[in-house]
Design a protein around this ligand. Sequence first.
Ligand code: ADP
Length: 219
Amino acid sequence: MKLLMIAPPGAGKGTQAVTIAQHFGVPHVATGDLLRDHVARGTELGLSVKTHLDSGTLVPDEVVLAMVREALEAARGSGGLVLDGVPRTMDQARALYEIALELDMTADVALHLQVSDDELVRRLLARAAVQARSDDNEEVIRRRLALYYEVTHPILEWYDERGILVTVDAMRPADQVGRQILTALEVMKQMTEGNPELQRRAVDLTGLGAAFGAAATTS
Ligand code: ADP
């Protein structure tokens, strides 16, 4: 399973990425975690990106892409990976595709988690109260959300056109969202085994939550 995740901050990307990676036995590569680790260890790279992380702005592409290339190379032997945090811009999406083509690691699935803005801000402020992440305060949260809609959200259309987009309603509790994701991915895997053409279809599961009584999402 080669999967990348696109979701606004607070959607539960990290939590679901871990669940998926464990289920399929592939590594979980989170650019935010790798960058925060550099900052914590005080590496040269860490020192150069700290202000970006603290203010919620994007780290330069070349830094992120070099890290991701290394991770893709390392993951080749595992037959897949879950990429979390990249691409964040259309430029990164194109560059990532080039790197992945070169390494024969192009994504089978682009997983999009959908959550309303009010719920995102609520979750991020709740996380801020228990975790000491430098970018979980209201001003920076609003900036990260705005940046997501400006430069990251539009990439979804590209994955939709490529036919690998799966959208899931992530307003419900994490374990329910996780079950729906794994069910969808298992079905896709079976459908596509031996028939790669079927892989090229977009799947939209956001209606399911509403059908089973959950509140409809607004974003
Ligand atoms: P969140 O999903 O809550 O926004 P992440 O842990 O994915 O948090 O990222 C935290 C920060 O790391 C971002 O605000 C940004 O500064 C930096 N970062 C992570 N991934 C990238 C990327 N692909 N391109 C540029 N900056 C990134």
